[in-house]
Design a protein around this ligand. Structure first.
Ligand code: ZN
Length: 308
């Protein structure tokens, strides 16, 4: 059965075929049931400190900000209402009881599955708009169209679409052992799956083999896809794999990794259990927490739920 990881499982109907209908989008925004999620410097407005939830606001009070040019994105509909996100960076957000902008990465593991997925959609899009104000073809300022899903250049007429950056992330296994690396940029005792961005003209399998060889010097044979996860920092799609290590010797790329090691299956299972139990204890080796697909790949293999 397909498992849903953090940032996946978006419950909204994106109604993508109707985004270009500006009158329809306007009527959705005018609907008193409409809700809008303000993001301030990419941090969503959040309510409640013990079990936080996204602070969905009625749309009407945000009309002024939108008319003054704040980026508005249509996220989708459910049976009750339409949902939007607005870039409220620099706006004077009236402080409400128990409401503040929170860092999405800290917040995501605390949210219900569907809400985290909607947050991923909103954060990636708002971030994309902030970084793509000018046409990549001719340099002119571009305009938002299709309810926030296109930027169009009025000069050369090019249309620019938000992208997802594909990343492969893999656990290389060799019998009863799995290969994990410790990132150079993350000091301490946290090991994780190797990972890297896909390059143009590359298949998933080729990317997995190249990354493992580049980062750890290990040759990879068979490659098996497991699952994927949107990762909105800023806009990646993490695609998880198990793959077969054909060679044993490790040569780390010092630009990427501080260290890479083969761990026994039981060791990885213990690292997974520690990571699931709570925050890192720097004196003990562990893997990332359950929010990350690396955790899930390690969990599924070390508990025997997946094999090559
Ligand atoms: Zn242009």
């Amino acid at each position: 059965m397909e498992e849903i990881y953090c940032f996946a499982g978006n419950p909204l109907d994106r109604a993508s075929e109707r985004r270009r209908d500006t009158a329809w989008i306007r009527s959705l925004l005018d609907d008193p049931a409409a809700r809008i999620l303000p993001l301030s410097d990419l941090r969503p407005l959040t309510r409640g400190s013990v079990s936080p939830v996204l602070d969905w606001r009625p749309a009407a009070p945000w009309r002024d900000l939108i008319e003054r040019g704040a980026t508005l994105v249509f996220l989708g509909l459910d049976d009750e209402r339409p949902y939007f996100a607005v870039d409220a960076s620099g706006a004077d957000i009236a402080p409400a009881r128990d409401s503040e902008p929170l860092d999405a990465r800290t917040l995501a593991p605390l949210l219900p599955t569907g809400e985290a997925a909607i947050l991923a959609e909103a954060r990636s899009l708002i971030d994309w708009h902030a970084r793509h104000r000018f046409c990549a073809q001719c340099g002119s300022p571009t305009r938002v169209e299709s309810a926030g899903w296109v930027r169009r250049c009025p000069e050369c007429k090019a249309s620019h679409y938000p992208r997802s950056d594909p990343v492969t992330i893999m656990l290389t296994v060799r019998g009863e052992r799995g290969l994990l690396g410790r990132n150079k940029r993350r000091p301490g005792s946290r090991f994780s799956c190797l990972a890297g961005f896909m390059e143009p003209g590359e298949t998933l399998e080729e990317c997995v083999r190249r990354e493992v060889h580049e980062e750890a010097g290990v040759r990879v044979g068979r490659v098996r896809y497991l699952a994927c996860q949107p990762w909105p920092f800023p806009s990646s799609l993490m695609m998880g794999f198990l793959c077969e290590g054909l060679t044993e010797e490790i040569t780390v790329d010092p630009e990427e990794l501080a260290e890479a090691r083969w761990f026994e299956r039981e060791e990885i299972r213990a690292m997974v259990a520690r990571a699931a139990a709570g925050p890192d204890d720097p004196t003990q080796i562990s893997v990332p927490g359950p929010v990350a697909i690396a955790h899930q790949i390690c969990r599924r293999w070390s508990y025997g739920l997946d094999s090559l």
